[in-house]
Design a protein around this ligand. Sequence first.
Ligand code: FAD
Length: 393
Amino acid sequence: MDAYDVLVVGAGPAGSTAARYAAKSGCRTLLIEKRAEIGVPVRCGEGIAKGWLKEIGITPSPKFVLHEVQGARVHAPDGTCLTVDSAHAGNEVGYTVDRGLFDRHLAAEAARAGVEIRIKTGAVGLLHKDGRVAGAACEHMGRTYDVHADVVIGADGFESQVGRWAGLETLLPAKDIEACLEYTMVGVGGDPRYDDLYLGSCAPGGYAWVFWKGEDVANVGLGVNLSRVRDRADARLYLDRFLAAHPDLGRGQVLQEIAGAVSVSTPLERTVTAGLMLAGDAARMIDPLTGGGIVNGCLAARIAGEVAGEAVAASDFGAAFLNRYERRWRERLEDDLYRNYLIKERLLGLDDERISRIVRALEDAGLREVSAAAVLEALRRKHPELLAEFDPR
Ligand code: FAD
């Protein structure tokens, strides 16, 4: 019989991090990934902040970091440009990584900590025992078998099924989903010292980005809010229009096209049930303002792995015990997630003229940090007349 202390479903950044910390806590841990190769296909702009890797015990390395930027330029529809250094530019600005290599590095570190990894192995349902989740039915090359585990960690991404199988509410309304399309392009012109973020009707309810991977290589993409377009396919119209409006970018050649969705919601109401914790995109932990999900997913996953270790040591897998995961990750991340969600809701209602006015005001106020608190403080100080447009309270 396949039996483990901890089963982690999904070997994205969150799953590999959760599995590594569970193994480091002494748990016999299995990490399963339905795909044939971890990290492929990439569905990401590949931008991450610099300051947080230490918190999940990872050292930045040329093995996965392709490029480092000094900061970000936020472009308003009227051409106003606000420059912010990378330490203050949010979850996606600092390093551009090769996501395939990054994900495999995290999985390799998990393996080195003692995690057993099975690729081409998908969870197809949950097992229950004594009223709690107690493992998963898994499928490998047409064969289905049971894996028993005292704790299951669902890290199965945006399209998560594990949460739904466990009875957690995971549905999202259209206004909380961004449809994203991105081209990896070569031969593009611009200043690779800064990532570029473009706000306004070029990407309704979202933004367009240029994340540099090298001197003339960049991920050029955008996200559009599903409540503001006819359907997901519209992302292509907007991206092609954006490239036509920026000839330095548009002259590049497309090496790769990536489509995907991100949640721009509040996190799930509950991320724990007896025997189960959810982490990363599966728990809707993506920053609703920036769409960056790697940082938050990994930070919460570390906590999930540690709590799994504590649960195994205490032989207590009930919801009351696992709720310490809920409490700890919310203490670390929830304030920012909620505040950024409210600001995202406000931005959804603003037209180009008002977005430009706000960016001009922030530039005028000398804003140097992309955080909800800093934006509100800058407006309060210099342009209180604009606060009503923007303050979520
Ligand atoms: P995932 O990376 O989605 O990993 C989930 C894993 O679970 C996958 O490998 C999947 O195959 C596996 N899986 C699913 N179901 C099962 C199953 N039943 N059994 C076994 N395995 C299963 N974030 C950033 O921080 N920076 C960015 O620049 C950025 N750009 C983005 C651009 C685009 C176009 C998109 C779509 C997203 C972007 N994001 C970005 C978001 C980021 O990609 C996600 O937040 C991140 O991948 C979440 O990690 P995760 O481990 O939670 O989930």
